[in-house]
Each structure stands twice: as C-alpha cells, then as structure tokens.
Design a protein around this ligand. Structure first.
Ligand SMILES: Cc1cc2nc3c(=O)[nH]c(=O)nc-3n(C[C@H](O)[C@H](O)[C@H](O)COP(=O)(O)OP(=O)(O)OC[C@H]3O[C@@H](n4cnc5c(N)ncnc54)[C@H](O)[C@@H]3O)c2cc1C
Length: 453
C-alpha cells in the first residue's frame, strides 16, 4: 500500500476535566452519571449527536427483557434508565418480561435530562481519534470534529466506546475474535402502519417460544426452563417468503424478534436482519453491511406485508442511525471474566455490582428466572499496561461466554456505574486506579443505590 506521512501539528487544548468518559452508551452514560454524582468534574464525549449508544443510535430497545418474578437486579443507574424513561413517556411494557422497553427516540431526551441534571459537561459530535500519553499513563484525548483536531485533558479517562478504541490506541492489549467467529451485526428498523389487534391475535393463536429460536439457521443452548416460554419471535413469514421466492432461498438468516407494537400502529425494535462476517472496526465492512442490511430489512418488510396477519399495510418508519455491532475488541484486563463465572454465580471481593444470570449470545440463551446472579469484579475494567484508564460496557475483560452476559445493556450500566465511582474515589484519595480501597468504592455505590452483594 502507498503511504503518506502526516505532518505533526499543534492543536488547541479546549477542555480540562477530572473524569473524561468517551462514548455514551449504557456503559458510558452510567459512568459519567456516577462519577459526577460522586462529586468530580465529569465530561462526556460522543461521536454522534445524541447520548445513549445502541439504545438511541441503533434502536436497541429491549433493556431488561430477561426480567421475571424471581430475577434479582443490580438496581442503580440501569434501573433508573427504565424508571426515568417510564416517567417521561419513553417506555412501554415489554412483551416477554416484567420490564419496560425503552423508546429509542424518546430515550435521547431522557439521556439529555440525566446528563444535564447531573452537571456533566456534554460534548457531542466529537470523535475520539488518539490518546494523549505521558509514558504509559493516559492524560487526555484528541478528537476530530467539524472544528478539526482538538485536545482534551483529563485526570482519568473511561473508555466506553464499545470497541475499546481508547485502550487499543493507548497500547493496552486487546483481543478480537476472527471475523467468522464474531457475533452477527444487525441493521435495525422500525415500522409504521400495523394493525395491532390483528397482529396480536395471530401472535396468540400461534405462540412462539425460545425453543423456536433453535430451528433452521441457528441452534441455541438453553437450560431447558426457557424452552416453553413465550418469545416475540418471527419466523414463519420469512419461511413462506423463501418458499415463494420473495426472499432468496439461501438467505436463511432473516428472522428474529419484534420489540414493541404500539396502538399507533408502530412496530419497533425489529431485530430480523443478521449479518455474519462484519468487523465493526473496519469501515469497509461497515459500509458494505449497512447497504446489505438495509436491503435485507426491506425484504423482511415485504415478507411481513405478504405473510404476517396485521402487517399488510406496514411501511418502513426508520432504520437505526447506524448498523448495530455486537462484538469487536475486548481488553485483556487484570481479571478476565470466565464462562464459569457467568454460569455459576461467581462471587468476587471487588464486586462493583451484581448481574442476574442472563446469558444471551454465541448460541446460548439462559434467562434469570430463578434468582441466580453473579458479581461483576472491578478488576475486569482495568486494562493491562496503561495507567489512568478504565474500560466499561461490552469491551471489558472476559471470554466469549462471559461476554454473552456482560455485553447486555443493563450489565454495561453496572460496569459503567462502577467505573465512574472508582474514578471519583481514586481522584478524591489520590490513588492509582489499581490501588484504590475497594470498600470506599462499594460504599459510594451503595449510597447510589447499587446492589453489590
Ligand atoms: C442489534 C443488536 C441488538 C441487541 N439487543 C440487545 C438487547 O435486546 N438487550 C441487551 O441488553 N443488549 C442488546 N444488545 C447488546 C447491547 O446493545 C450492547 O452490548 C451495549 O449497548 C453495549 O453498550 P456500551 O455502552 O458498551 O456501547 P454502545 O452502546 O455501543 O455505546 C458506545 C458509544 O460510544 C460511541 N463511540 C464509539 N466510538 C467512539 C469514538 N471513537 N469517539 C466517540 N464516541 C465513540 C458510540 O457512538 C456509542 O454512542 C444488542 C446489540 C445489537 C447490536
């Protein structure tokens, strides 16, 4: 490949803060809120024009669809997202659980309000491109935007980009599964024009279960207890469309779940398009699969119109602002969570919160219907080799099956809230992130309403 030597340049230092959070998904939003509420100056940087990450930019609305009567919850900021959304009319009851589905558009306003109330300094439309390092310690970041390149300084940085962008560029060891082994990406969409009564009549007449996930393209391991439980799963219309040549016979990955159906005729959080082999850190892959995903979404809508009762008049309302990426880089952390931890209720002295036994991904679906739960250890947020940095959300340290649990949004809020508080405690007591007194972190988390044991 031909090369170009980019000239060095001086840039403005436009901002200085105590805790700088990069990325505002459930992990980053929770981190910024908890740090600010713990009393340190906090800044939240986001490349897009809204906070919320996958919730708002991709349209992932199923925040706690795992919750059943006996589920033991972390509480804290994750629960607050749901409660605040409910209060602001940005959530509706979820169809398969005792939870609320977030409204991806309305949650933009919820996030704005939370950020403003907490006194966080908001910086939208700035993309992190490079860390500012002093030796092996990160002391700030460089962003790119319409204003060009700018420097932001911070005493502690929290990487909530989902892709471990900051950790990776700062030189922390990360891993990424080979393309073929990555979880599929999805182009998400929402529809309008549904005859809700007719659709729900058909759902009741032909109830789908989690066992139905296992037929055709995918096989899903459950505990058995999930197999007879209702799932808002759609498969038949697409089978019919393949038989009749509306969907190519070899395109067997169109099927999946619907999210909410509204009295106004909207069908939201349509999770029907699954794109294998998309590396979310490669813009060429992202380009290809955005276009391919939109094409497949329109095939799915066409099939629903023809073969799903109540959907005869549906039309595309909108795509997510960006393709949904489930799986990319993870850090090699001081402790990497293991399959055994998430399957067998791990307990850790440095717990920063609990998460119910909910494993969803890599061909496994286990729901927390029995009250089992695990601890999330603080050490899984600390990257190796780089100081002054914590990583939250779906890029924390862990193996494949551990990530099938920790990637879930409510768990990202747990790691986020833990990191924000840990950063605040480290600054208040002038300690390195690796050396803080964990009981001080746990006390503040308890004060903030988190269940840690
Ligand atoms: C299609 C799909 C369906 C899913 N369904 C569910 C579900 O039903 N329930 C569930 O719990 N989970 C679900 N997940 C998983 C869940 O959405 C993610 O794992 C979770 O949102 C990760 O949270 P996060 O905070 O780590 O990152 P994200 O939500 O990805 O947020 C990262 C944020 O960082 C910003 N960012 C990234 N890079 C930069 C940069 N360089 N500079 C500045 N900002 C940057 C992004 O714009 C984004 O706002 C789904 C995921 C997908 C893709």
């Amino acid at each position: 490949m031909r090369r170009f030597a980019e000239p060095a340049q001086e840039i403005d230092i436009i901002h200085e803060t105590d805790v700088l959070v990069v990325g505002s998904g459930p992990g980053g939003l929770a981190a910024a809120l908890s740090a600010s509420r713990a009393g340190v100056k906090t800044t939240l940087v986001e490349r897009f024009g809204c906070f919320g990450g996958n919730i708002t930019t991709v349209g992932v609305e199923g925040f706690a669809w795992y919750r059943h009567e006996q589920t033991v919850e972390a509480n804290g900021i994750g629960r607050e997202f749901e409660e605040r959304a409910k209060d602001m009319g940005a959530a509706v009851p979820e169809s398969q659980s005792l939870s609320y589905e977030l409204d991806s558009e309305g949650f933009k306003l919820v996030a704005d309000k939370l950020v403003q109330e907490a006194g966080i300094h908001p910086m939208l439309h700035r993309m992190f491109v490079k860390p500012i390092m002093q030796g092996n310690k990160i002391v700030g970041i460089i962003t790119e935007s319409k204003a060009g390149r700018e420097a932001l300084l911070a005493r502690i940085v929290i990487d909530a980009t989902g892709d471990a962008d900051v950790a990776y560029r700062a030189g922390a060891p990360t891993t990424k599964p080979p393309k073929e082994a990555l979880q599929a990406a999805s182009v998400m969409f929402h529809c309008a024009g549904l005859d809700k009564a007719k659709f729900m009549e058909d759902v009741k007449a032909n109830p789908q279960t989690y066992a139905d996930w296992s037929t055709g393209e995918w096989s899903v391991e459950t505990d058995g207890k999930e197999d007879k439980m209702f799932s808002p799963f759609l498969k038949r219309p697409f089978e019919q469309a393949r038989i009749n040549g509306l969907i190519p016979a070899d395109l067997s990955t169109i099927s999946g779940t619907w999210g909410a159906v509204h009295d106004t005729g909207e069908m939201t959080y349509m999770n029907l398009v699954h794109l294998a082999g998309c590396d979310g850190t490669d813009p060429d892959d992202l380009t290809h699969f955005e276009i391919e995903g939109r094409k497949q979404a329109m095939l799915a809508i066409e099939a629903l119109r023809k073969y799903a009762p109540g959907c005869e008049a549906i039309r595309l309302r909108n795509f997510g602002m960006t393709i949904g990426i489930r799986d990319t880089r993870k850090i090699d952390a001081h402790y990497n969570m293991q399959e055994n931890d998430v399957r067998h209720q791990a307990r850790f002295d440095d717990s920063i919160g609990i998460y119910p036994e909910f494993i969803d991904g890599y061909g496994i679906l286990i729901l927390p219907t029995t009250g089992r739960y695990m601890h999330i250890p603080y050490r899984s947020l600390i990257p190796k080799l780089v100081k002054g940095l914590l990583v939250v959300g779906r890029a924390t340290g862990g193996d494949k099956v551990a990530h099938a649990a920790t990637r879930n949004m409510a768990c990202c809020a747990v790691s986020g809230q833990g990191a924000g508080v840990a950063a605040a405690v480290a600054l208040k007591y002038s300690r390195d992130l690796e050396e803080i007194n964990i009981s001080l972190v746990q006390n503040e988390l308890l004060r903030q309403g988190v269940r840690i044991n």
